[in-house]
Structures are given as C-alpha cells and as structure tokens.
Design a protein around this ligand. Structure first.
Ligand SMILES: NC(=O)c1ccc[n+]([C@@H]2O[C@H](COP(=O)([O-])OP(=O)(O)OC[C@H]3O[C@@H](n4cnc5c(N)ncnc54)[C@H](O)[C@@H]3O)[C@@H](O)[C@H]2O)c1
Length: 337
C-alpha cells in the first residue's frame, strides 16, 4: 500500500478527500503537514492520517510519496528534499518559479529514479478528457481555433504570498494560466509565435498581472487563445473552452460539467446544439491523484511530468519577456517535448 503525505493543507488541502475511497487498498494518506498545526490536524482528520507535523522532514519515514501544495517559492526546496529522500512527488503547479529550479527538480528525479508529476488537474477533468479524445480523433474535422476563458475573483488575505511576484512567480498567467498553456500545447502542438498582454487594472492587490490575454499561432496553422482573470466581479462563461473545428464547434462548459457540439449557421438560427457529455460538478482532482498512483504502480510516465510541464512554463516566460520588450514572442522550439 502506497503511503501518501500531504504537505501544505491550505486551499488545496481538502480536495484530496474525494480520492480516498477510489484508492482504497492501493494508497492511503498517512501524514499531513502544515506550518499551521491546527490546519494540519484538521486535514489529517479528514484524510485519515496518523502522522501530523509542522516540518515536512519529520514525516519522511511515514511516506513513500508526497503531494506538495505550498506557496510557489517553496516548491523547489521542498521538492528537492523529498526527491533526495527517495520519495515520489506530485507537485502542485507551477513546477517551480525559475527554469533552473525546474531543471534541478527534473534532473534530481531522474538521478534518483523517482516519479515527478505536476498537478495539472484540468487535464484530468472528464469534460476536458472527452474533448481531447474527440479532437485527437478529428471527429469534427480539423481544429483551427481553441479559445479558453477562465473568469474568477481571486484575492488572498492582505500580505498573502499570492500577491507578490517573488513568491507567486509572476501573475495570473504564470500561476493559473499555466493550466491552459499546457492544454494549448498538448492539443495544438508546436507553437510558432505568440503574445501576452496583461493588466493590473481591476486587481490592484496583485503585483503581477491579474488579467491576461494570450494569443498563439501553431506550426499546423491553428490559433490558440487564453483569457484569464482573477478580477471578475461577475461572469457568464466561468471556465469555458471553445474548439472550432472544420465541421463545427465543441463547447466545454467546465464549471457546469457539460460538453456541447454546435453546427450550422448561428445567424440564421439553423444551428444545432447537441449535448455530448455531462460530468458531475467539481474539480475532479481525484482523477489526477489516481493517475499519479497508477503511474507509480505501472512505472508509466505521467501525462503531466516535469519535462512536459516545463515546456508550458518556458512559453509563459518567453511571452512575458516579449511583452516587456513590446515584440511578438518567437516560440519556435518550445513544443511539448
Ligand atoms: N490545481 C488547482 O486548481 C489549484 C488551485 C489552488 C491552488 N493550487 C496550488 O496549490 C498550491 C498551494 O496553493 P493554496 O491555494 O492551497 O495556498 P494556501 O496559501 O491556501 O495554502 C498554502 C499552505 O501551505 C502552508 N505552508 C507554507 N509553508 C509551508 C511549509 N514550509 N511547510 C508546510 N506547509 C507550509 C501554509 O501554512 C498554507 O496552509 C500552489 O502551488 C497553488 O498554485 C492549485
């Protein structure tokens, strides 16, 4: 039985409860850690852990693998300590705040032969999984435009690590948009050029941008777009994907758990809308953890391993740099592999 530890019991602390039943007999949470002992104790009670600590180094004998859900500037050191202690690692996104830190984690995992997976939970959401299956099979022809909207209001307590660039690693795009850059690369292939425009207007509590618009052109000619904001005071689309294919448009309403297909001309009202798939509400983070455990059991490479996840961060860093210089980013050579 795989013994799992959870390090960081904040916002992401409780989401793993849903996985416990699904993993019964294969994996169990044995330890919970947080600087805040009360938080760690409450999470340990939810997850059924026998070990509780405020220092992750104390739980090493009690675990085989860890989920790390701490502020981004701590990912590198904690990840490194866990890997060198021989633990498998499911690191919350983004992998780490710099290219060197990411490479260090990837190379250490390889050197000690441990699994390093990045927690890009959106890749495991049932609507996204089904959408990907239909797009890869070209069920509705060629995908030529993928647009992704994420509209939410995200503001931490005053002084939160989420507000500072040095601790968050950037702005909304780096912290949250990385989920969608990862998906754009996975579905559309090698990017060629791209732009990012970000603003702090509407989210003055953030040092980096709170609202982002990313546009990319891919080697196959397709276009990708991501609009993400942490400043939404209202929303209709919430989390939505529109995949325009040559035979119609797939619409993933992620928050509602719906996948729709639209065809025909909208303007003359002859368009058709077909409901293809429904998923229960929720983040479905348990699917991500299930994949991690399956990879450990089978030795297979995680869908979102360190190498693949670094590619999406490299795209983001290139987009930020080009924005600062006022130029279009050259993204050639930054495919998912
Ligand atoms: N995939 C998603 O949908 C999603 C959503 C939110 C957050 N996240 C990720 O989860 C991670 C944590 O984010 P959060 O929103 O839960 O943050 P948070 O601030 O709510 O929680 C972080 C927790 O880590 C604890 N902590 C800080 N330093 C620690 C240390 N040295 N040892 C042990 N615990 C420590 C804090 O006390 C706090 O309880 C980040 O990587 C974030 O990007 C992912």
């Amino acid at each position: 039985m795989l013994r799992l530890g959870l390090i960081g019991c904040g916002g992401m602390g409780d989401v793993h409860r849903q996985a416990i039943e699904q993993l019964q007999g294969r994996a169990a949470f044995t330890a919970a850690v947080d600087l805040d002992l009360a938080r760690a104790t409450a999470t340990a009670a939810h997850l059924g852990c026998s070990t509780v600590a405020t220092d992750y180094r104390e739980i090493l004998p009690a675990i085989d693998a860890a989920i790390v859900a701490v502020p981004h500037h701590l990912h590198h050191q904690i990840g490194l300590d866990l890997l060198t202690a021989g633990k498998h690692l499911l690191m919350e996104k983004p992998l780490a705040n710099s290219e060197n830190e990411c490479l260090d984690l990837i190379q250490t995992a390889q050197a000690v032969d441990r699994t390093l997976m990045v927690a890009y939970c959106m890749r495991f959401h049932p609507v996204i999984v089904e959408m990907e299956r239909l797009l890869k099979a070209k069920t509705y022809g060629e995908l030529f435009q993928l647009s992704i909207w994420t509209e939410q209001h995200t503001q931490g307590e005053p002084g939160s690590w989420m507000h500072q660039k040095a601790t968050l690693g950037g702005g909304q795009l780096f912290s949250h948009g990385c989920h969608y850059i990862d998906i754009l690369l996975a579905w559309l292939g090698d990017p060629v050029i791209g732009t990012h425009m970000g603003t702090r207007v509407g989210t003055p509590w953030l040092e980096g941008e709170g609202t982002s618009n990313v546009t990319m052109k891919f080697a196959n000619g397709a276009l990708g777009y991501h609009f993400g904001t942490w400043g939404a005071r209202g929303t209709r689309l919430q989390y939505s994907f529109h995949a325009h294919c040559t035979a119609g448009m797939l619409e993933g309403q992620i928050t509602q758990g719906l996948l729709l297909f639209h065809a025909g001309a909208a303007e003359d009202k002859t368009g058709t809308e077909t409901l293809l798939f429904t998923a229960p509400p929720g983040k479905h983070v348990h699917n991500e953890l299930f994949h991690f455990v399956e990879c450990l059991e089978s030795g297979q490479r995680p869908l979102t391993d360190g190498v693949r996840s670094l590619q999406s961060l490299r795209v983001i860093w290139k987009l930020y740099a080009a924005e600062e210089q006022g130029v279009v980013a050259d993204l050639r050579g930054l495919g998912i592999e």
